[in-house]
Design a protein around this ligand. Structure first.
Ligand code: C2E
Ligand code: MG
Ligand code: MG
Length: 726
């Protein structure tokens, strides 16, 4: 192809400068050759044939294809079709022919294989040229290297692909919303989190975020405020509604996207579902603050509740009562019936306590068998006392478990804000001290805190310390109280009753220290000593030629649970060489019935030794007649509380008559305790009671006096007994 050398630039029409150019005529051919040869890219003219035979290519051919123009022109070495990548050829051909047919120019992008083997993207622009006979004979055009642009485009496309993949496949929800609370964009994960079938469905549905999404619409307000103030929110946790109405917890991280003028354009951010974590945290918090058995607040939550109650009471000028409830003899049930029964009992008590309080009060489990109630909004002491009395009443209702009835009771201590303290520690301590006082004053009762109680508690602690040494220091004394046969008027037995001759306090009655001995476990060695001493004394009386009597020893339930009891009874008898027939063991009724089956077995082993067994304090517990029939029991001892008013209270009289009838029906001897007056005596005689014990005949007396009674030499005693019986 040759350029038309005749083309000349038209000379300038006016101006000085133009004239100088006239002297140096423009060589347009040279100019165009210079331009084409230096053009980046390749000018060409090719035939419209199957292989695009090049007739002319500019110098740029070498740079573009790696082939010299001479190698390409007339297909000397390669045809242009050959260097077009085979997979692109059809496409190129189609595009060009379509343009040629419509007499338009074309533009097509494709790849060529360079001489060095490298593929490179080119952009070809061209137009068809017709021959003189009107045939489409050539194409003239320009081909340029667009590899860099294509690479940049590819990178862009790749980046878009990557980001949209992140957006589409992220496990976090991603959103863009307007300031007013409408969704501009949401990804599938967000739709999933909120329960929508697709992101579009979410965008359609959620028209007002604050109202439709947040459980507490104020959260949206807080979100927008944080955005306005700081431009970001981090770990913004809220409860939201899913489309099905269920509630989940989410955490949002978001930022405000601003316009050039700094105004907020929209918000964008991420959402994760933290419901599981929240539930886990809530469960942990619940565990940390609640008792696992009863589900009641535990010690730590109790303190909070007391603090809250105090704060409220301060505002309202009211009182707060802290009520410490400790079950009586719970250990006994737990140890003898097993922990699962103990647990059931605690659940029962928890339920009962709950029925006594109002919704704003607290029932907490302090541990073991201790419960604490926080009574708020108390106007005066009477109001508190009314609740406490109800508590006592409700808790002491018998408990039916597995067809068996159990007697319950509790000791209650009360402290009061502001009188007894101004914080949880002080109030709990005072209520505890008061509870202790209730325990020691006979159980199943309540006591309010007074400062003097502290001293009582200290004394009890001191007593506890001294008791540890009492045995080795031989400070225990035995008193004996005669048991008299109604028919003969003779002393047929004596109950051994222990006293503690404390160097500091003087003679201490058993009620004051047996419970401490039980709590500390000291009852085991002390009990063993009691058995030995009672047997030894009885044998000594027999050896001294006194009439043989039976000596009764009281057994503590703790001793009974101790594995070595049978052996230690046998040892005591053996050491003293006492005939077992002269030893009687007393067990309290409430204890016997706690674990009837097991106790029956233990009783049988004791009975097998040949000793007698008496059920003490009969009438105060809940005996099952069927058990009573099967137990190897010899005597029922009617509790002195029934005897006391036997002549004035028809109920007591009826109870005692019933016990006598029952005992006889079961083939048992019936003993009345606490016989103090002639009226008691007359009643008991009249109703066929077998044996009597009480101040009317003798108080418990030291061994020497008991010996005198047995000899019948103590004038006022022996004769007196016979006389009184007549
Ligand atoms: P208990 O076995 O029911 O003993 C009868 C209690 O009634 C004795 O009190 C006795 O002094 C008292 N008493 C006797 N006659 C009368 C009376 O006519 N009127 C009144 N009001 N009371 C009378 P004591 O000696 O203070 O013993 C209290 C409890 O201590 C005993 O009740 C028994 O459960 C326990 N106890 C006494 N000695 C021992 C012992 O060696 N070991 C164990 N484990 N407990 C003992
Ligand atoms: Mg007794
Ligand atoms: Mg008794």
């Amino acid at each position: 192809m040759t350029l038309n050398p005749a083309i000349k630039l038209a000379p300038a029409q006016t101006g000085e400068a133009d004239k100088t150019e006239v002297d140096a005529p423009l060589d347009v051919t040279r100019l165009l050759t210079t331009i084409t040869d230096n053009l980046v890219g390749m000018l060409y003219r090719c035939r419209v044939d199957a292989i695009w035979t090049m007739e002319y290519v500019s110098e740029g051919c070498h740079k573009l294809t790696g082939y010299r123009p001479a190698e390409l022109v007339f297909n000397t070495r390669v045809s242009y079709d050959q260097i077009t990548l085979p997979e692109d050829r059809d496409d190129v051909s189609r595009t060009i022919h379509a343009a040629l047919e419509s007499n338009t120019s074309f533009e097509v992008e494709y790849r060529i294989r360079r001489a060095d083997g490298r593929a490179c993207w080119v952009l070809e622009r061209g137009v068809g040229i017709r021959s003189e006979d009107g045939r489409l004979a050539w194409i003239e055009g320009y081909i340029q290297d667009i590899s860099e642009r294509m690479a940049a485009n590819e990178m862009l496309r790749e980046a878009v692909r990557r980001y949209s993949s992140i957006f589409e496949h992220a496990t976090e929800g991603i959103f863009q919303t307007t300031l007013e609370g409408r969704y501009l964009n949401a990804n599938p994960a967000l739709a999933r989190i909120y329960g929508h079938v697709s992101a579009d469905a979410l965008i359609d549905h959620l028209q007002d975020i604050s109202r439709q999404l947040y459980v507490q619409p104020e959260r949206r307000t807080a979100f927008v405020r944080l955005m306005q103030e700081h431009g970001v929110v981090r770990n913004f946790e809220s409860e939201v509604y899913r489309v099905d109405g269920s509630v989940i917890w989410i955490s949002e991280n978001a930022r405000a996207v601003r316009n050039a003028d700094g105004s907020v354009q929209f918000f964008e951010g991420t959402v994760i579902d933290i419901t599981e974590r929240r539930q886990h945290e809530a469960a942990l918090e619940y565990q940390a603050n609640h008792d696992s058995l009863t589900g009641l607040p535990n010690r730590s939550l109790l303190r909070d509740r007391i603090e809250q109650a105090i704060a409220k009471a301060q505002r309202d000028a009211m009182r707060v009562a802290v009520v410490f409830v400790d079950l009586d003899h719970f250990k006994l049930i737990n140890d003898s019936l097993g922990h699962h029964v103990g647990d059931r009992l605690l659940l029962e008590v928890a339920d009962r306590l709950m029925t006594c309080v109002r919704s704003h009060d607290t029932v907490a489990r302090q541990g073991g068998d201790e419960f604490v109630l926080v009574l708020t909004e108390q106007h005066d002491a009477d109001e508190t006392l009314a609740i406490v009395k109800r508590l006592l009443d409700v808790v002491s209702q018998p408990w039916l478990h597995n067809g068996q009835e159990y007697g319950l009771g509790c000791s209650i201590g009360i402290s009061c804000y502001p009188r007894d303290g101004d914080g949880p520690d002080a109030l709990l301590r005072c209520a505890d001290v008061a509870m202790y006082k209730a325990k020691t004053s006979g159980r199943n009762t309540y006591h309010a805190y007074t400062p003097e109680l502290n001293q009582a508690i200290n004394e009890r602690l001191e007593l506890q310390n001294n008791l540890r040494h009492a045995l080795e220091r031989e400070e225990f004394r035995f008193y004996y109280q005669p048991r008299v046969d109604v028919a003969s008027g003779r002393i047929i037995g004596a109950e051994a009753l222990i006293r503690w001759d404390c160097p500091v306090k003087g003679l201490i009655p058993p009620d004051h220290f047996i419970s401490i001995a039980e709590e500390t476990g000291l009852i085991i060695p002390i009990g063993q000593w009691i058995l030995q001493e009672a047997c030894r004394q009885n044998r000594a009386w027999q050896r001294a030629g006194l009439p043989s009597i039976s000596v009764s020893v009281n057994l503590s339930p703790i001793q009974f649970r101790h594995a070595g009891l049978v052996q230690s009874v046998a040892d005591a008898l053996q050491q003293a060489q006492l005939d077992p027939a002269w030893l009687e063991l007393e067990l309290t009724e409430s204890f016997v019935m706690h674990d009837a089956e097991r106790i029956n077995v233990a009783m049988q082993s004791l009975k097998a030794l040949g000793v007698d067994i008496a059920v003490d304090d009969f009438g105060t517990g809940y005996s099952s007649l069927s058990y009573l029939k099967r137990f190897p029991v010899d005597r029922l001892k009617v509790d002195k509380s029934f005897v006391r008013d036997i002549d004035s209270d028809p109920d007591d009289a009826a109870i005692v008559r019933a016990i006598i009838t029952l005992g006889h029906a079961l083939g048992l001897k019936v003993v009345a305790e606490g016989v103090e007056t002639h009226a008691h005596l007359a009643f008991l005689q009249q109703h066929g009671c077998d044996e009597l014990q009480g101040y009317l005949f003798s108080r418990p007396v030291p061994a020497a006096e008991m010996e005198a009674l047995l000899r019948g030499t103590a004038a006022s005693a022996g004769q007196c007994i016979a006389q009184r019986i007549e």
